[in-house]
Design a protein around this ligand. Structure first.
Ligand code: HEM
Length: 439
């Protein structure tokens, strides 16, 4: 077993510091990949944390029911009380997952599509202006505005208003929130202290994060209270979750929310955004496009978004992974970016962006493709994320010719994969400045 610090097990404690430092340097999965390429399938990256790059371990660690529980790393994600993502209590998890499962089903997501369309039309209205004026635009920024407003529509029954205002300052501080949780989760014993000390640390970005997090929590409480007090026909996530929790359901169709949606939809129609038909492509239609799906899948293989090592605790009796005996109580994890770059699984062409590989019926690597995690703690929001991505890709490509503004004349096919930065959630490094031309 290799020590990630590269200096032998005697300074294993320092490895913890190494990972925290690397995470701070925003190069998390690339550092992990380099460690595996140097040291092999199993690398110790903390005093009690072993990271694995071995295809067979996916089933052992994530696919054996509730045997491998989430580790204390996740305590950093349960700010006030256990939530679905962060809870380590399997009974609580099982009850909550069951309670929300229907809200996230494909059928439920289909009924939420109208809210994605509202946001898509707002996005397109903004992008059309850039296209008309032949003005370069940071597509990454506007897509993140779109995703944030969709989240607002679905989970808070109203958009955050970022698309309309085009103002980054309105974005909730999710980046800072996840960064802090990822860092403090590396050193779980310090989490209670971090929570106590944090409000008094005079770092402006931290103060802003705490303030915004409280604001977000308040917004969530208010939106739930409002929704219970004012029943609505909106088929959004909030409504469904409330229904499923049986705290307040009503299906009369004249609430202010519905009026709001109708008004917005009316305004959108008035903007005449659909001269050639549909501007926001129906998810079901995009689902018929097998090459599109292969492209999205290959994108997730090469550049998964949620790259943090998903820690689990080895159960009583220990386990064997990649021929190594690992004692009970050890934290083990797999990082999807590392696994997706494993030559034994994806072959010598693994660095190539090659959607065709997923079109081949013989090619069966889906078990090792884990952008949304694996097993019973896998992403519950996968259907929502997939619908957003497919609708975005098709709607934008159908409407615009897109060229890189920084490299005129270079098409996306000719360009190389842009670098990402990451502390466990990967993001494109810098802007994605493009020029758009209406087709
Ligand atoms: C591209 C978008 C997304 C990616 C790549 C992603 C990725 C992931 C991954 C890898 C996990 C597993 C974490 C683990 O094993 O510890 C996860 C869990 C989870 N995700 Fe997502 N996610 C995405 C979008 C969403 C959305 C849109 C929602 C909700 C609206 C969501 C809600 C959750 C929840 C609640 C869990 C915990 C599930 C459980 O433990 O039962 N995710 N996600």
């Amino acid at each position: 077993m290799a020590d990630g610090s590269g200096n032998g097990l005697t300074i294993a404690e320092l490895a913890e510091k190494t990972v925290v430092e690397e995470a701070l340097l925003s190069d998390y999965e690339h550092v992990l990949l380099a460690l595996h390429r140097k040291h092999g399938k199993i690398v110790r990256i903390g005093p009690n944390h072993i990271n694995i790059s071995d295809a067979s371990a996916v089933k052992t660690v994530y696919g054996s029911g509730r045997n491998f529980k989430k580790s204390s790393f996740y305590d950093a994600f349960t700010a006030l009380r256990p939530n679905l993502f962060g809870t380590r209590n399997e009974e609580i998890h099982s009850a909550r997952r069951k309670a929300v499962a229907n809200s996230f089903s494909a059928q439920s997501v289909a009924s939420m599509e109208v809210y994605m369309d509202i946001c898509m039309h707002k996005l397109i209205a903004k992008l059309d202006v850039f296209a008309e004026q032949r003005q370069a635009v940071d597509l990454k920024k506007w897509i993140s505005f779109f995703l944030m407003d969709v989240l607002g529509e679905l989970a808070f029954s109203r958009p955050f208003g970022v698309l309309e205002k085009g103002d980054e300052a309105l974005m909730p501080p999710t980046y800072e929130h996840v960064l802090l949780a990822t860092l403090s989760g590396q050193v779980p014993w310090c989490i209670p202290y971090v929570r106590k000390v944090l409000p008094y640390v005079p770092i402006p970005s931290l103060s802003r994060m705490i303030k915004e997090r409280d604001h977000l929590r308040q917004m969530a409480i208010e939106s739930v209270e409002k929704r219970i007090a004012t029943p609505s026909d909106r088929k959004d996530l909030l409504g469904r979750l409330i229904e499923e929790c049986e705290t307040g359901q009503d299906s009369k169709g004249t609430s202010m929310d519905i009026v709001d949606v109708q008004t917005e939809a009316f305004e959108i129609d008035a903007l005449d955004l659909r001269p050639e038909g549909t501007a926001s492509y129906p998810f079901q239609e995009t689902n018929q496009l097998s090459y599109l799906q292969a492209v999205v899948t290959e994108g997730f293989r090469l550049n998964p978004v949620f790259t943090m090592a998903l820690l689990r605790e080895v159960p009583k009796g220990g386990t064997v992974i990649a021929g190594e005996c690992i004692p009970e109580g050890t934290d083990v994890s797999i990082c999807n970016h590392v696994l997706h770059h494993d030559e034994q699984v994806f072959g010598p062409s693994l660095e190539q962006f090659d959607p065709e590989r997923w079109m081949d019926a013989e090619y069966d690597c889906t078990a090792y493709l884990i952008p949304f995690g694996s097993g019973h703690r896998a992403c519950v929001g996968r259907n929502i994320a997939t619908a957003e991505i497919q609708k975005l890709v098709v709607s934008l490509l159908a409407r615009y010719d897109i060229t890189l503004a920084d490299a005129p004349g270079t098409s996306f096919e000719q360009s190389t994969m842009p670098p990402t930065r990451s502390f466990g959630v990967a993001d494109l490094d810098g802007h994605l400045t493009v020029k758009l031309k209406r087709r």
